[in-house]
Structure formats: structure tokens, C-alpha cells
Design a protein around this ligand. Structure first.
Ligand SMILES: [Zn+2]
Length: 331
């Protein structure tokens, strides 16, 4: 709840039987919640007990409770997912049900890495195969939280100048709420727990380990490698070594995200397997700085990165936006 209330205008208050319409967090041994407040009123049960093996599962249910649906239920989902209707049973139909624009509001773009997306499985596969291991990951994304700004009309009275897609934080309007990989008051800086590297024209190499032997947590820890270059240059990265990663559907224990796509807010493909097409290949970033986010909740991983800049000015790229708000980024 603190994760949500420290970044939005949503506040949680304890209440008892005097409030017959309260949400009641209970342990039914599985993870579930209705979507939004039930129309007929009454207690809204949110089961977030033993069945929730990750913090992200609890946040998933709390977001349902606050009215956020599954990504697979978005009316634009067929652009992003291949849905196999033949392999669905009745429960699947409920979870993969699709709401049209008269029944739902979409405030943020479709995001494979959203905490509201299920893992790729026999029913739903990503159209973009780079996201095969990203779906169902259960990190809570910037867009997961930002969707609440529209749903609950969160805003700040005076605008501050947030960079890299950040927005004034509705829980504290003097600072920005930053996309993953960015930090500081205005999202211009490296986040906490990071290492800043300055790229040169020649390839340089950086190796690091993160996590520790025996680590087994329900919450992900992030470490960001924040690669900077002169403003008129373009950064390139090669993830050339990955040791001791769990190569699993949804990269559920650890992984690497090279934030290189134009939109600094969206989750990029997660890499936890060496057969991923972004492993050991040159990734040309549309972001300067380029954050490379390492995350883990299990054991210790090691990576090697190569990085440099090339003589291309990102400012020359045409601009676009996510079609949900006016923030512009390189196409
Ligand atoms: Zn759900």
C-alpha cells in the first residue's frame, strides 16, 4: 500500500465494521480480487495471503481492487497478443475476458512488463517475441502506477519540470515520480543503488555482480548501471555475459532490462536467458542516459556489459508520443 500511496494521490485508511463498503484484506490461500468496487456495494474481499508468493502479486490484487484490469482484457490487446481461444476453459474466459471502450478506460499504453499481465502460456503469446520472458514478471511498473493518476484524477497544483517521462508526484508535488532507471528530484539523475558510467567513442567493458548467494526474497532488488554520453551522441550497449540467471518464463527470479526504446517510461524486454535476441547483440539506445536495470530476488548473478557512443544525435530522430498523453520521445 505504501508503494501506491507514496507515488499517487490514493490514500489507504484503516476502517472497521462501521464502514460496510470497506475492502477487506484476507488470507484465503490464493491471490484474488474483484476489479474495482462491486456495483452492489458491501465488503470487497481481497485475498492476499499465502497464495501470493511475490510482492508483485499483492500489488496486482490491490490494483484490481482499485479498478485496474488485466492487460489481456484491454480492447487493444489483439495488437500485442496472439490469443488462442480453443485452449480456454471457463476460468480462463473470465481472466482473458475483453472489455470494450464503453466498459473500460485505458489510461496508459499496453505494456508486456505490466504487473497486470499474465505470463506467456498456451492461451496468450506476445506478438513481439522479445517479450516472451517479460510477460507476468510482477515488477510494478511506472505505467502500472501512472494509470491510477487518470483513474483517481491525481494532479499537482503547480507543474515542476520533470525529465525522462517523470511526472509531478501527486503524493509530494515538490518532487517527480520517475520511470524505472531514473532518479533524483527531477528524474535527471541515476536512481539509488546505481553505478554511473561515461561512454567514450571506443568500446569499454564493465563487469559486476549483484544479489548474494542464498538470497531468496519475495521483493525484487534493483541495481542500475546508468550509462551517460555527451548530449549529441547515441549510446550502444552489448550485454556480453550473464552468469547464474534463472532462465524461466517471466524472468521471475532475476533479469536484465536494457532501457533503449524511445519511451523512457515503458518496460523494455527482460533478459534472463542467453538465447534472448538482445543477449550478445549490439543494442542502439534512443535514450541518453541509458539505464541498464539489473534486478533479482534470488541468489547472485554476474554480468559483463560493453558500451560506447556513436556519432548520431538523438535530437535528429522524429518524435512521437504514447497517444495517451502529450509527452514526446524519439520514434
Ligand atoms: Zn488478476
Amino acid at each position: 500500500m505504501k508503494i501506491i500511496s507514496s507515488k499517487t494521490c490514493v490514500k489507504f485508511e484503516e476502517s472497521g465494521p462501521e464502514n460496510p463498503n470497506r475492502a477487506l484484506l484476507i488470507n484465503r490461500g490464493y491471490c484474488s480480487s474483484h476489479i474495482g468496487k462491486k456495483a452492489r456495494g458491501g465488503i470487497q474481499y481481497v485475498s492476499v495471503g499465502d497464495g501470493c508468493s511475490q510482492l508483485g502479486n499483492v500489488i496486482h490484487e490491490l490494483l484490481h481492487c482499485l479498478g485496474i484490469m488485466h492487460s489481456m482484457s484491454r480492447y487493444d490487446r489483439d495488437k500485442f497478443l496472439k490469443i488462442n481461444y480453443e485452449s480456454m476453459d471457463d476460468t480462463d474466459r473470465l481472466n482473458y475476458d475483453y472489455y470494450d471502450s464503453t466498459e473500460s478506460i485505458q489510461a496508459v499504453p499496453f505494456e508486456y512488463g505490466s504487473a497486470m499481465t499474465y505470463s506467456s502460456n498456451s492461451i496468450a503469446q506476445p506478438r513481439n517475441e522479445q517479450y516472451l520472458y517479460t510477460m507476468g514478471n510482477r515488477r510494478t511498473t511506472f505505467y502500472d502506477i501512472y494509470a491510477l493518476y487518470t483513474a483517481y484524477q491525481c494532479s499537482c497544483p503547480s507543474k515542476i519540470d520533470c525529465k525522462n517521462g517523470g511526472v509531478p508526484n501527486a503524493a509530494d508535488c515538490t518532487v517527480c515520480f520517475c520511470p524505472d532507471g531514473f532518479g533524483g528530484k527531477f528524474c535527471e539523475d541515476a536512481p539509488n543503488f546505481s553505478k554511473t558510467l561515461m561512454a567514450e567513442a571506443e568500446w569499454a567493458e564493465f563487469s559486476t555482480s549483484f544479489g548474494y548467494d542464498g538470497l531468496s526474497e519475495w521483493e525484487f532488488k534493483d541495481f542500475t548501471i546508468f550509462i551517460e554520453a555527451p548530449k549529441d551522441k547515441t549510446i550502444q550497449v552489448i550485454l556480453s555475459r550473464m552468469d547464474n540467471f534463472g532462465c524461466l518464463v517471466r524472468c521471475s527470479w532475476n533479469g536484465v532490462e536494457i532501457k533503449h526504446m524511445g519511451d523512457p517510461r515503458i518496460t523494455n524486454p527482460l533478459i534472463c536467458c542467453t538465447d534472448h535476441s538482445l543477449f550478445n547483440s549490439t543494442v542502439t539506445s534512443k535514450l541518453n542516459p541509458t539505464p541498464v536495470i539489473l534486478y533479482t530476488r534470488g541468489s547472485k548473478q554476474e554480468i559483463t556489459l560493453k558500451y560506447r557512443f556513436i556519432d548520431r544525435n538523438l535530437a535528429d530522430l522524429p518524435k512521437t508520443n504514447n497517444s495517451f498523453d502529450s509527452f514526446e520521445y524519439p520514434l
